[in-house]
Design a binder for this molecule. Sequence first.
Ligand SMILES: [Zn+2]
Length: 698
Amino acid sequence: MTRMPIACICVVLIATLLASAQSQQVQPPAQKTGLATNPQEPVLPYSPSLDLTSMDKSVDPCVDFYQYSCGGWQKKNPIPPDQTSWSVYGKLYQDNLNFLRGILDQAARDKGQRDKVTQEIGDFYAACMDETTIEKRGLTAIKPDLDAIARLKSVHDLAPVVAHLELSIPNTSVIFDAGSIQDPDDSEQQIANFDQGRLGLPDRDYYTNEDPKSKEIRERYVQHVQKIFELLGDSPDAAKKNASTIMRLETSMAQASQTRVERRDPYKLKNKMKMGDLEKIVPAFDWKSYLGEVKTPALDVINVTAPGFFKEVNTLLSGEPLENWKIYLRYRLANGYSPYLSSRFVLENFEFYVKYLRGATEMQPRWKRCVQYTDNYLGEALGQAYVRKVFSPELKQSTLDMVRRIEAAMEIRINQLDWMSPETKAQALTKLHGIRNKIGYPDKWRDYSSVRITRNDFLDDIAHATEFEAHRQINKIGKPVDHSEWGMTPPTVDAYFNPQMNDINFPAGVLQPPLYDVKLDDAPNYGNTGGTIGHELTHGFDDEGSQFDAKGNLKNWWTKEDRQKFEEHTKCVEDQYAQYVVVDDVHINSKLTLGEDVADLGGEILGYMAWKDATKDKNLQPVDGLTPDQRFFIGFAQWDCANTRPEDLRVRAMTDPHSPPRYRINGVVVNMPEFAQAFSCKPGQPMVKDKDKACKVW
Ligand SMILES: [Zn+2]
């Protein structure tokens, strides 16, 4: 699992993932098994990449282009009660879940001849939907692990139990994280990585912040921990005492953990050493037993992401009695499994993590959670079934062609830059030519045949799938990097650039209408998806991406002067976005959003250049009274039509590195003279900047 920064468009936020849109759809009646009685052939609903009904033509495009392009969409798409925002991406994500449900319902039902992949995803989904059996089995699924913890005789004996739990508990750390990463100095090699553990609250700052809200969250969290112990059968008094032990241990670990800001600096994450050095940092842990149980290959060089954290682990292992470690392990086990256990655990998990922390009011229906689990655990099996239905070779070819044209435009732009020196340009071009384009789905599918999946034991399925993934990561150690590997599953509605792999990744899920629409022509598609490809591409060259060279090694290739000039150019963007108001009197924190704002502008300029080149021999005509250039820009704006609650806007202003949708559109077009020309906007109008004031970085 890479810990290096990955830049993505990241528009589907976690709140959308966790909250449901069940009010939108009438669900077919469910049988006892939870599966749909009459699964229909799944169809992904179609909406075009340029939708006239999403526009509001009563608005002057030169006054507020976002309103002109998206006003109709906003009226047609009120925010569902259980969502904090609603957008083109969020809606496509929900449509996709419905579509995947259709695939899974069929896969789960066809008991006759099913191919391997259909059987894997079908049985996993069926087991997840079978709440009756899950309810009946109760805690028996984790009983052997609870017993192993109870049998512990000394702190020294912890290591093999920690190893076993770490391999099988889903989505959590036991004490620390262990896995593999690309060597930051030799991106062709995988090395072992030891990292700080994930805690019960979403970030270490929750344990250290002193504001009233953080204190309230901590109190509420301790109640949650107490509830988990009660569900395990402890008396309320014992559970309360145990909860305060958990809070004390986690707080010590949090204080020794790196902050999110520290972790944005790849040099802070790089601490290569020998295994013997880590043994010296944590002598209180029996590493030999641990490594034997995890079955790691020989470890020549390792990376320890956060050495300070491991020092604290040693202090805790030396100071805390065995009883406290037993309490700690029981909690990690039960809390990690709680989304998958019986309904009382599922409900408590929802109440604290989803409802209280994230504000969703309703739990997602079971099927939605099961679709997401199948995508999480068997994503490249579900992905095969998905791409068979939605991603033809022609679609792969046409989007790949678009990517190549965007890269060609980037090459022209790099050569044209008046602020970059020839030496840095040469390096930039090497990096550009080294980028791998990964489109739709992996060339080589992950083989899950070693994962034991049964229809009647969901918890076991989860444990086996978790172990499979843990071993897959560990087995990479000491081996060359597999460049064909993907970090997102094919149905994902998102895209990313990975600086260590130097690749851009566009899953099939993000290449669907209304984002990429084979039924429409190039103008709206280049405006929308073309701009997104350009956006990802420029991330390879921004303040973060440029710390990695063409091979993905952590090595600066900019001259000092060029870096300074780059910052002078981005300052124009920073100052522009700082003026925008998000909500009430809250302005955009444009230091936080700078990287994304620059990528939005650069991406759209590249999209426009590539579109002009792709259509240079075509005699483009107006459609529906809109010129080709107008359609390019409306296609662009309609990627981000959205409605957002003011509360959510306020939170995002603090945490989201992306600007609000309106400014991701209007903030870009004001800097493009091609836009003013397309809509015959006049100097002085809101969507027109004076020529000498327009920002341009790429
Ligand atoms: Zn981005």
